[in-house]
Design a protein around this ligand. Structure first.
Ligand code: NAD
Ligand code: TYD
Length: 357
C-alpha cells in the first residue's frame, strides 16, 4: 500500500480514515476523490497530520475518464471505496441518487481498476480494491435471532441497503469473473466526530443542546449495533494489511441498545454536562413521531471472523464513546455552522418527520 485512492474521503467515515491512515502509515500517499455532496465537506479535512501526503480531488466516482486518469497519474495501487449516498431516510424520499452513486459509481470504479491493474486474470502485484459496506445488506433480525455472520444471505429492505447490496455483488463478481483482488467489510452503525447531523446520534446531541425536540421514530424499540468510527478505521487498515483477498469481514461494536435507550443516555449526559441548562431534564424533549416506512427492527453482528483471523476487536464502550462524541460536538460548533448549508442548523430530518408525524 503506497498510493491509495480513498473515495468519499470528505464524508464522515472517509475523512476519519484519511486522518487515521496519515497517522499510522507514514509511507502512504492519499488521493481523496469526493464530489462534496451535502454530506461531504472540506471542513472534515482541516488540520490533517502531514497534509503533503494528501491530495484532494473534487469529482464524481462515476466520471470514468477522471478515475482512469487518477489511477494512472498517481500510480494508485489501492482503492478504499467509501463514497456513497448513506442515509436511509433520504433513500426513501429520493432513491435515484443511491442507484447512481452506490451502484453505477461502484461499477465505474471496479471497471477502472480492472482495466488498469489486470492482465488477463493476473493482477499487478500489490494491488487491492477494498469495498466499505454495511450490516444493512443482511436485512432485519427478530429480537431473539442470532447475529449476522458473513454467510447470512442478503435481504436488503430499503433503497439504501438494496443499493449497497448491489454494489457488494458487483465487487464479488469482479473478483470471481476477472480475478480482481478485492476485500469487503460490512460494518454496523458508526458514530463519532464529523458525522453529519442527520443521523441519530449527532441529531439528538445537537437538537438536545438547542432545546429542540428529539424525534424518535415509532416506539423507539429498534436496535442497532454501534461502533466508534476510529475502531472501524482500525479494522479497515488491518484488513488492507493482513486480510485475505476475496474475503468479507463483519465489523461491529458488540452492543444492542434500543434507539430510545441511546436517546435517553444522550439526554442524561447533557443533563450532567449542562445542569444549569433551561432544557433540563433533556428527556422532556423526546417526541415519538411517525415511524420510518419499512423500518428494520434489529441489526446485530457476529464478528468472530475478524477477531479470530486478524485479532481485531472493539474496545470502547458505547457509554464512553457517547460522552466523547458529545464533547467533540460541543467543541466544534463552528464545524456545524460550516457543514450545515442552511445556516440555521436546520436539520433536514427533523423537518421531514415534523411534516409526516
Ligand atoms: P457520508 O454520507 O458521511 O459520506 C459520503 C461521502 O461520499 C461524502 O463526502 C460525499 O460527498 C461523497 N460522495 C457521495 N456521492 C459521491 C459521488 N458520486 N462521487 C464522489 N463522492 C461522492 O457517509 P459515511 O457515513 O461516511 O459512510 C461511508 C461509507 O461507509 C458508505 O459506503 C456507507 O455505506 C458505509 N457505511 C456507513 C455506516 C455508517 O454508520 N455511517 C455504517 C456502515 C457502512
Ligand atoms: P440512522 O442514524 O439514520 O441509521 P440507520 O437507519 O442507517 O440505522 O438511524 C438509526 C436508528 O435511529 C434507526 O432505527 C432510525 C432511528 N432514528 C430515529 O428514531 N430518529 C431520528 O431522528 C433518526 C435520524 C433516526
Amino acid at each position: 500500500m503506497k498510493n491509495v485512492l480513498i473515495t468519499g474521503g470528505a464524508g464522515f467515515i472517509g475523512s476519519n480514515f484519511v486522518r487515521y491512515l496519515l497517522e499510522h502509515e507514514p509511507g502512504v500517499h492519499i488521493v481523496n476523490l469526493d464530489a462534496l455532496t451535502y454530506a461531504g465537506s472540506l471542513e472534515n479535512l482541516r488540520n490533517l497530520p502531514d497534509p503533503a501526503r494528501h491530495t484532494f480531488v473534487q469529482g464524481d466516482i462515476r466520471d470514468r475518464p477522471l478515475v482512469d486518469m487518477l489511477i494512472e497519474k498517481h500510480k494508485l495501487d489501492t482503492i478504499v471505496h467509501f463514497a456513497a449516498e448513506s442515509h436511509v431516510d433520504r433513500s426513501i424520499a429520493g432513491p435515484a441518487a443511491f442507484i447512481e452513486t452506490n451502484i453505477i459509481g461502484t461499477f465505474q470504479l471496479l471497471d477502472a481498476a480492472r482495466a488498469a491493474w489486470m492482465d488477463g486474470r493476473a493482477a499487478r502485484p500489490g494491488v487491492r480494491f477494498h469495498h466499505v459496506s454495511t450490516d444493512e445488506v443482511y436485512g432485519s433480525l427478530g429480537p431473539d435471532d442470532p447475529p449476522f455472520t458473513e454467510q447470512t444471505p442478503y435481504s436488503p429492505r430499503s433503497p439504501y441497503s438494496a443499493s449497497k447490496a448491489a454494489s457488494d455483488h458487483l465487487v464479488r463478481s469482479y473478483a470471481h469473473t476477472y480475478g480482481l483482488p478485492v476485500t469487503i467489510s460490512n460494518s454496523s452503525n458508526n458514530y463519532g466526530p464529523n458525522q453529519f447531523p442527520e443521523k441519530l446520534i449527532p441529531l439528538m446531541i445537537l437538537n438536545g443542546l438547542r432545546g429542540k425536540r428529539l424525534p424518535v421514530y415509532g416506539d423507539g424499540r429498534q436496535i442497532r449495533d454501534w461502533l466508534h468510527v476510529t475502531e472501524h478505521c482500525e479494522a479497515i487498515r488491518l484488513i488492507l494489511k493482513s486480510g485475505v483477498v476475496g474475503e468479507t469481514y463483519n465489523i461491529g461494536g458488540g452492543n444492542q441498545p434500543t434507539n430510545l435507550s441511546i436517546v435517553k443516555q444522550i439526554c442524561a449526559l447533557l443533563d450532567e454536562r449542562f445542569p444549569e441548562s433551561p432544557h433540563c431534564p433533556h428527556e422532556r424533549l423526546i417526541e415519538f413521531v411517525a415511524d420510518r416506512p419499512g423500518h428494520d427492527l434489529r441489526y446485530a453482528m457476529d464478528t468472530r471472523k475478524i477477531r479470530s483471523t486478524l485479532g481485531w476487536q472493539p474496545r470502547q464502550t458505547l457509554a464512553a464513546g457517547l460522552r466523547e462524541t458529545i464533547d467533540w460536538y460541543i467543541g466544534h460548533l463552528d464545524w456545524l455552522k460550516a457543514v450545515d448549508e442552511q445556516g440555521d442548523y436546520q436539520l433536514w430530518i427533523t423537518e421531514n418527520y415534523a411534516q409526516r408525524g
